[in-house]
Design a protein around this ligand. Structure first.
Ligand code: FES
Length: 57
């Protein structure tokens, strides 16, 4: 599922970025460009960072 429509960033892309050390929306933005256009995706991305810190593969 796409989280960031503007930059075609999927949940899997975000999980991969988190696995590679991204721990904030700013770090996700650096590696994927997520949130750098309309910004509507940042709440979902933030929620994924919080959740994946504890239980994502
Ligand atoms: S949906 Fe992510 S910047 Fe627009």
């Amino acid at each position: 599922m796409y989280v960031c429509i503007c930059h075609a960033v999927t949940e899997k892309d975000i999980q991969k970025a988190i696995a590679n050390g991204a721990s904030s929306v700013a770090m996700l933005s650096e590696s994927t460009s997520l949130g750098t256009q309309c910004g509507h995706c940042t709440d979902h991305a933030h929620a994924m960072i919080s959740k994946c810190g504890r239980q994502c593969p």
